[in-house]
Design a protein around this ligand. Structure first.
Ligand code: PGA
Length: 252
């Protein structure tokens, strides 16, 4: 792996106050700045995002929104737009996180949002993953459909800008992450699917893994999972845990 390992800290709907968010942010910043061989991206709730972003003067920590709408503006109560993120100097946006899909975000929505993010100059992190797995291999078809629709409007010339985060629902919030060997297989599958659609440029798509990542499994996943980085939920919401996770990242 030549590029820096990408660690995305998804705070979800936490913490409960801006005061705590500032404290967690400060710890996240320190952990990120100490880990020289990683790029850390922090995704706080939208309400905290702009102020945290604009008060941060450093270069090492990057910012993501947990989601955004595809429309440039208009009657979309409760939503934020890609242009608003750009205005707040937020360069990344999650699209189709499993918890957003559970709240109604469809594959077609993800297609529109990936395209809208790119046209605003943002980097979309398209989240995909099956809810259940058995020996039939059906999960590959499920993920393929999510990917094919999600990137359907991305021209081959821009595919390198898209990040795919594979997060099987059965691993999100679970006690155990997926095995690095299974992730390796899935990474190959994701790239193969993207190459089928975009040709050779598809090899450049970056693949992340998410689901129960913590300081105990981060090194194994990065060394053996064939991933460019990780999407971290719970372990990014506690300062000490996140610092331990960042310290456990191997240098490549
Ligand atoms: P988790 O969540 O790390 O708490 O399992 C991951 C995610 O939903 O992005």
């Amino acid at each position: 792996m030549t590029a820096k390992t990408l660690i995305v800290a998804n705070w979800k709907m936490n913490p409960a106050s801006f005061k705590e968010a500032r404290r967690l942010f400060e710890a996240t910043r320190r952990a990120a700045e100490a880990a020289r061989h990683t790029s850390a991206v922090v995704a706080p709730p939208a309400l905290y995002l702009r102020e945290l972003r604009l008060s941060y003067k450093g270069m090492r920590l990057l910012f993501a929104a947990q989601g955004a709408h595809e429309a440039p503006g208009g009657a979309h109560t409760g939503e934020i737009s890609m242009a608003q993120l750009k205005d707040a100097r937020v360069p990344y946006v999650l699209v189709g996180h499993a918890e957003r899909r559970a709240a109604g975000e469809t594959n077609v929505d993800t297609r529109e949002r990936v395209a809208a993010a790119l046209s605003c100059g943002l980097t979309p992190i398209l989240c995909v993953g099956e809810s259940r797995r058995d020996h039939s291999g059906d999960h590959f078809a499920f993920v393929k459909e999510q990917l094919r629709t999600g990137i359907a409007n991305v021209p081959a010339t821009r595919i390198a800008k898209v990040i795919v985060a594979y997060e099987p629902l059965w691993a999100i919030g679970a006690a155990q992450a997926m095995s690095p060997q299974d992730m390796h297989e899935m990474s190959i599958f994701v790239r193969k699917t993207v190459v089928e659609m975009c040709g050779d440029a598809g090899h450049k798509v970056r693949v992340l893994y998410g689901g129960a990542v913590d300081e105990t499994n981060v090194a194994d996943l990065l060394l053996n999972g064939d991933v460019a980085g990780l999407l971290v939920g719970r372990a990014s919401q506690e300062a000490d845990k996140f610092a331990a996770l960042m310290r456990a990242i191997p240098a490549f």
